[in-house]
Design a protein around this ligand. Structure first.
Ligand code: NAI
Ligand code: MG
Length: 349
């Protein structure tokens, strides 16, 4: 029995998670895999009713699950930052989800805005708890013309090493041949010097894996010109944030982008990259494929490789047949797309 905590959250989070669960329930039907889903109400609605974002007892409960399946949070009625800090960042830091794993995979050539590209298949390993996002810094003379604002970039040997090690282990277990480091060591001569030294050290333990390096600005260009050359990319927090959005866009956009927040020795959390999309929430037109591909990523993480790969194939077939929502040029509703994926999964099984 695989125990999964489900947090649908707000807006389209609820709508797309329902479709992901539909696919997972179909897998139960087709195989002998069994899931035990437990749903939690955290999000804007719950906060507005109770003043509670994510209580500590829930965090403790999550530690006993095999994975967390998350939709999206965010609501125009709640001041920006409250839910992000109270739920998402709290999950990330308390459960030490130190890797943000984001596949950038082209499921059909028609989805990319890049001319003539057929195959894009790379995975970003973004450091997820340090760098410029560690929250270290402060103001001096705030609100005066002489204000000073400092945001410090935290790079610990421990944090850098475990992220880079994860990238090489990932490459090894997934049969990928190359790991690329992206940094800005030519300018950030202390912080990213550490990244370069650790990268070389860890790489020497993985002789069978090729290494490669780009400065972040050159990487942005290379991802547009030759995205097919990348396999596994490891990078600090902020660069990962930006480059993975660029990555999402070259393979079809937010409606298809999946992610995992990983702690290899604890419970990990899987979520589509998009937010709660208040502009389309309740209309039944949200693209559920990102949430469904997120479910596939979760299956893969749980060691269910065959099931994960079949879900991906079912999604690819659904796209091929143009049974998609308006954001991808189709006419189907959220739940109809979910039904198509389920149907294709049955055919491909
Ligand atoms: P968003 O990702 O919710 O939406 C951006 C645009 O993309 C919107 O026009 C939306 O309609 C469209 N879109 C997003 N997902 C889609 C899907 N599955 N199918 C079709 N169209 C889709 O980002 P936005 O508008 O900046 O933020 C809305 C709320 O979501 C805010 O409260 C924000 O804080 C929150 N948010 C939450 C995240 C999370 O839970 N991890 C991540 C990003 C934003
Ligand atoms: Mg981002």
């Amino acid at each position: 029995m695989i125990k999964i905590a489900v947090i649908p959250g707000d807006g389209i989070g609820k709508e797309v998670v329902a479709e992901g669960l539909k696919v997972l329930r179909k897998i139960e039907e087709l195989s002998n895999v069994k899931f035990d889903f437990q749903e939690y109400p955290f999000g804007a609605e719950h906060y507005l009713k109770t003043g509670e974002t994510l209580p500590d007892w829930a965090l403790e409960e999550f530690r006993h699950f095999d994975a967390i399946y998350f939709g999206a949070i965010g609501d125009p009625r709640v001041k920006p930052g409250i839910l992000e800090h109270g739920i998402l960042l709290k999950l990330r830091f308390s459960l030490d989800l130190y890797v943000n794993l984001r596949p950038v995979k082209l499921y059909h050539p028609k989805l990319t805005p890049l001319k003539g590209k057929e195959k894009i298949d790379m995975v970003f390993i973004r450091e997820n708890t340090e760098g410029l996002y560690a929250g270290a810094g402060g103001f001096l003379r705030k609100g005066t013309p002489h204000e000073v604002a400092i945001q410090e970039m935290i790079n610990t040997r421990f944090g850098v090493e475990r992220t880079i090690r994860f990238a090489f282990e990932y490459a090894k277990t997934k049969g990928r041949k190359k790991v690329t480091l992206v940094d800005k060591a030519n300018v950030l001569t202390y912080a990213h010097d550490l990244w370069q030294r650790v990268f070389k050290e860890v790489a020497s333990e993985y002789q069978e894996i090729e290494t490669d390096h780009y400065y972040v600005d050159a990487m942005a260009m290379k991802m547009i010109r030759s995205p097919e050359i990348f396999e596994v990319v490891v990078t600090p927090n902020m660069f990962g944030d930006i480059l993975t959005d660029l990555g999402a866009e070259i393979v079809g956009g937010l409606g298809l982008a999946a992610s995992g927040n990983i702690n290899p020795r604890g419970v990990s959390m899987f979520e589509p990259v998009h937010g709660s999309a208040p502009d389309i929430a309740g209309k039944g037109i949200a693209n559920p494929l990102a949430a469904i591909l997120t479910a596939a990523l979760m299956l893969e993480h749980l060691g269910l490789d065959r099931e994960a790969s079949l879900v991906e194939k079912a999604v690819a077939k659904t796209i091929e047949e143009n049974k998609v929502t308006p954001d991808l040029g189709g006419e189907l509703k959220t739940s109809e797309v979910g039904n198509e994926v389920v149907k294709n999964l049955e055919v491909l099984w």
